[in-house]
Design a protein around this ligand. Structure first.
Ligand SMILES: NC(=O)CC[C@H](N)C(=O)O
Length: 332
């Protein structure tokens, strides 16, 4: 890493830009819907955040310039390995990732699951493109730098800073299409940020880290959202070519008997199947409504279905058996 141009009294924060609306460019300042995500370089974005250099010494790099709706597992692996390398550098005190909001909940949880450092890792983005009136990106960036630079952010897992709130990666969901897209009424609001001031009120309780894969691919795991009168054939179709399937079931991960029969067929073929819930705050209780262990089924606790998918991919890649996989869902 090149030497920092440093103010010795400030922490060193590495900024990794991936694209998203925060780097979006529209044809006019009044246009906040039709724009090109990831169009602007991180240097341009930083220039729109006056005062940020009083919070931290920043070193920025552009790892991707994509719409996060287009992100792939290969991007996740590349990003995670880059962030891991930055965190291992003694001169780096924290990492900030700029990311599109569409899949921020998955990338944040992926990073949380694989990275083991206690140093702060923060993600932020924006709902309005950088060229919009009242763009939310610059303030989100200023706040995210404050949080990444604050020693109180150590050991809290991967954080998302959005709309003045500090949110845990665990359970994060994009909930809205307005600028407070991640307002967390779920499990994860840890604190608030106001300019340079950072206030924490909660501490995450679940284990994290340790699942960095050694290879450069992950086993395919698919996700199916259940609904009333869904044909059981979809359960089989959803698992085609996959090593795992997450079922966003009804209520407590409930499955109609013919869906359960299809699930048993998949399990007999060696596919790992997780019962999750499509209920936004839903929790799936293991071995209660269903004899999960006897059926060879896994249950997702209250992980969101996309986050359960991330965990299942990483757990299968780690070679875990059903007991080990269930341990992941129960402890994280
Ligand atoms: N607000 C956003 O960032 C969404 C825009 C874009 N689809 C992305 O996720 O990158």
């Amino acid at each position: 890493m090149p030497p920092w141009r440093i103010n010795m009294s400030l922490p060193n924060i590495a900024l990794v830009a991936t694209g998203g609306t925060i780097a979006g460019q529209a044809a006019s300042a009044g246009e906040a819907v039709k724009y090109q995500p990831g169009a602007l370089d991180v240097g341009v974005l930083l220039a729109a955040v006056p005062g940020v250099d009083a919070l931290a010494n920043l070193q920025a790099e552009q790892i991707f310039a994509i719409d996060s709706a287009h992100i792939t597992v290969a991007h996740w692996l590349q990003l995670a390995k880059r962030v891991e390398a930055l965190l291992a550098d003694d001169t780096v005190d924290g990492v900030l990732v700029l990311h599109g909001t569409d899949t921020m909940e998955e990338t944040a949880f992926f990073l949380q699951s694989v990275l083991s450092s206690d140093k702060p890792v923060v993600l932020t983005g924006a709902m309005r493109p950088a060229t919009a009136l009242s763009a939310d990106g610059p303030m989100n960036m200023l706040h995210a730098v404050s949080v990444a630079a604050n020693p109180a952010s150590r050991g809290k897992g991967v954080l998302v800073v959005f709309g003045d709130a500090i949110l845990s990666a665990r359970g994060l969901q994009k909930r809205d299409a307005v600028p407070a897209a991640f307002d967390a009424d779920r499990y994860g609001r840890l604190g608030m940020v106001a300019g340079a001031d950072v206030f924490y009120y909660q501490q995450p309780a679940r284990a994290r880290g340790g699942l960095m894969p050694t290879g450069d691919v992950l086993p395919a795991v698919n996700l199916l959202y259940a609904y009333a009168d869904m044909p059981a054939s979809l359960v089989l179709a959803a698992a085609e070519g996959a090593k795992g399937l997450v079922l966003a079931g009804l209520g407590n991960g409930n499955l109609r008997p013919d869906w359960l029969a299809a699930v048993s067929e998949l399990i007999a073929r060696g596919v790992k199947v997780v019962r999750a819930s499509r209920v936004p705050n839903g929790t799936v209780v293991h071995n209660r409504t269903y004899e999960d262990d006897a059926l060879g089924l896994l249950s997702g606790d209250n992980h969101t279905p996309p986050q359960a998918r991330v965990l299942l991919m990483l757990g299968i890649a780690a070679g875990l058996d059903n007991k080990g996989l269930q341990g992941l869902f129960d402890q994280r």
